[in-house]
Design a protein around this ligand. Structure first.
Ligand code: GDP
Length: 361
């Protein structure tokens, strides 16, 4: 499955956040694998529709979609110079599908900042510089060969042009993602085989003091620093406390700081979105469940997420939109109203589809 790598300078709250991530009681019970890998945290993507489905179908349990966060230790200045830890650090980032930077904004005299001052802008620059330098090295290694090849093979010229353009952006100190060259875009295709780091989508998590959680001016300032990347604001210590509480107590604590959901829930949702994922829903007496698919997935591909046999033997899917189901109150009533659709193998799944697959075994 797709993973999000968590990086950041020392002492910004990564471990605190990661411990909160892995303490997710509800998920730990439903997903025993959640705690197998010590550096992987599995977080549920909150989806109020599941509770509603569980009500309608009297489901025994609710299984949300999940996002995997990987704790990537050890960003060090000079990582791109490829010494020991630095190499491992870059290799771990290369394996991640998105990069989540934890940035310190909280003030606490008892917690030393490696650079002696609290400055989100400088910290972001420090980390991004290492990633940018690593990409520049990759490019400088392959560009001379590519340019030479392109002199005889004209079809190589667009790729050379793309790599040269990327080099220019990186030399200006910008990440390729921030310059609009994100994975999946046409311009990124030509760069694909280089496995560059900064074409990965970025998410910035600002670890802030509690009063900053509701400070819109402050938050907008940080958002403009990182746009077009997403910014999430949370207090890691508060998240750690929340992880110890049951749902009702957690909600009470959240209200005292002007929040309506844990920062980790927001982070899971933003992460899921950033990875280009969406869900479809299934429901029955056993469980109400959200299944993870890529945006644009077809019905047979969606069936394959449940079981490869479902994809191989796919006949059709009965699709009901969540809103129609809630309005009608039961599948039978949706069918009676003619709102249950039979979709074939070319159907592209839509967010909120409630599905039952028909297949041959
Ligand atoms: P890491 O090095 O990035 O993994 O940082 P840690 O999670 O180990 O945190 C470093 C120190 O900062 C620890 O003493 C934490 O208790 C403290 N810390 C983490 N998050 C916060 C926060 O939101 N507010 C305050 N005041 N301290 C925090």
């Amino acid at each position: 499955s797709l993973t999000i790598g968590i990086v950041g300078l020392p002492n910004v709250g990564k471990s605190t956040l990661f411990n909160a991530l892995t303490k997710n009681e509800v998920l730990a019970a439903n997903y025993p694998f959640a705690t197998i890998e010590p550096n992987v945290g599995v977080v549920g993507v909150p989806d109020p529709r599941l509770g509603k489905l569980a009500e309608l179908f009297e489901s025994q349990r609710v299984l949300p979609a999940t996002v995997d966060f990987v704790d990537i230790a050890g960003i060090v200045r000079g990582a791109s110079e490829g010494e020991g830890l630095g190499n491992k650090f870059l290799a771990n980032i290369r394996e991640s599908d998105a990069i989540c930077q934890v940035i310190r904004a909280f003030k606490d005299e008892n917690v030393v900042h490696v650079d002696g001052k609290i400055s989100p802008k400088d910290d972001i620059e420090t980390i991004n510089t290492e990633l940018i330098l690593a990409d520049l090295q990759t490019i400088e290694k392959v560009l001379p060969r590519l340019e030479k090849e392109a002199r005889v093979k004209k079809d190589k010229q667009p790729q050379v042009k793309a790599v040269q353009e990327a080099k220019g952006i990186l030399e200006e100190g910008r990440t390729l993602f921030s310059a609009g060259i994100a994975q999946g875009t046409e311009r990124a295709e030509a760069l694909h085989e280089l496995h560059l780091l900064t074409t990965k989508p970025f998410i910035y998590v600002f670890n802030v003091d509690e009063d900053e959680l509701v400070d819109e001016d402050f938050k907008n300032e940080q958002r403009s620093l990182v746009a077009p990347a997403e910014a999430v604001f949370l207090n890691a210590k508060l998240e750690a406390d929340l992880a110890e509480l049951d749902e009702e107590e957690a909600l009470e604590l959240l209200q005292t700081v002007g929040q309506d959901e844990p920062g980790l829930a927001t982070l899971a949702r933003v992460g899921f979105e950033t990875l280009g994922l969406q869900t479809y829903l299934t429901a029955g007496p056993k469980e109400a469940r959200a299944w993870t698919i890529k945006k644009g997935a077809t019905a047979p591909e969606a069936a394959g997420v449940i079981h490869t046999d479902f994809q191989r033997g796919f006949i059709k899917a009965e699709v009901i939109s969540f809103d129609d189901l809630v309005e009608a109150g039961s599948v039978a009533e949706v069918r009676a109203r003619g709102k249950a659709r039979m979709e074939g193998k070319d159907y592209v799944m839509q967010d909120g589809d409630v599905v039952e697959f028909r297949f041959n075994v």
